[in-house]
Design a binder for this molecule. Sequence first.
Ligand SMILES: [Mn+2]
Length: 500
Amino acid sequence: MLTFGHIADTHLGHRQYGLNQREDDMMSSTRAAFQEMIEERETDAILLPGDLFHSRDLRPKVLDQTERELARVPDDIPVLVSRGNHDENLTPRKVTWLNYLHQRGHVVFLKADLDADPETARFERYNPDNPGEYAGFYDIDIEEFDGSIRVFGLQWRGAKAGKALQQVANGIRATNEKHGEPAFTVLLAHFGMEDEVPTLGGTVTHAELRDVKEVVDYLALGHIHKRYEASDWIYNPGSPEAHNTREGRDDWEHGYYSVSLNSDPSEGDNAVDFEVAHHESKRRPYYRIEFDVTTYESPGELEAAFQEYVQSEQSAVTEYCRQSKYAARGEPRDPILDLRFTGTLQCSRGDFRADELAAYAQDVCNALYVQVNTGIRTANVQQLISEIDEDEVFKDGQLNTAALEDSVFETIAQESMYAENASDVADVLGNAHQMAQAEEAVEDIQDSVSSARRNLFPELADGVVLDIDEDPFDDGNTAETAGSEESRTEADEAAGVVNE
Ligand SMILES: [Mn+2]
């Protein structure tokens, strides 16, 4: 028997909400999963298909901690990684941090060479004596199996994943002809499958996987931070930690897989059978509190009712955080509160002190942080809507925001340098807006917009540089700079309250 641990999207270094505590969470939940794999699950190899790191501009402290964590993994357990969208460099450089970790022997960085031949990816076998900057595939040879267990890696390709998968299928065939047929084949890759979380960029269809399916037995995915499986060969474990309130919901499972391979003589000489188990990671809990403001006539009345409601929730919050999946070293972790105000506000927005209410909730519920979402409208806006022509604005009694947005976006596009393609550009803007509302990561929205831009305006494709102003020498001890990254990445959630 051979056992893989399959984990993805560890996002080491993510100082979410500007909190050092959250950066520590990323490291400790990953450490706990690695420890479990090694000590309790008899893991022979660890697979990590992308987003090992969070930031494209890695801080020295995070690299140092990561190297120390990887050094704890026994030498006979290889850590096989491929590259995700977050592992790319901020500016194009030849050598990435994954190359560095590979050269140092901390990981085996698996990557397809897609440039040598437009039809066929090239894969070089890993050579421990001369590792180079990366390898194409890694063979595990165990007597029980008649042939190698062969692991390939495909790096993040965004919208070009479909084309790359074609090259990979051909490349795996060519590799096997040269090096002999393996008993079992694994492919590490970083993309989302269609239908799983449709608003995320980087989606691959089942049709695009048809050729790969003929040569791969286990597709080890990362990218979408929610556990899902498809067609008995596609597995995505879900990031060990939740990275926004949506990912923190109960229906988003997070964790890792252990995958046991056994030879299966009943199926013929070369046959290998595999069994997959999912294990929840030990992560920080998110707890949602929703409060409807509609029935309160004055700010004072609203505040009193809110305080009473939060007090009544307190024991439920404590109970919720006691679940074993949220425990770190046996201790419950303080939650992140997902505080949502809904309904129609009777007083003016200026009198509605969301920050004070959030601070109260943080205190009563012992929260690490409160993420405030004010999905309320004021009575004034209600009035405005009632004056607009009903046929235009309402569809089946519902406010037709999609149609309104679409015409706004089209107007913007027509008045911009993108006028020649206004309706396509409006679609791109609408999609980006949806992603933002769904709390997708800013990086994913950027990827989606820039790949759409490349497709629509190929002549403008080059020379786009994202200006990210995080200070690479800052280790997070100063409050102002610590907050800068998150105030950008979750700007729509910026009304939150920071503890410390
Ligand atoms: Mn990720």
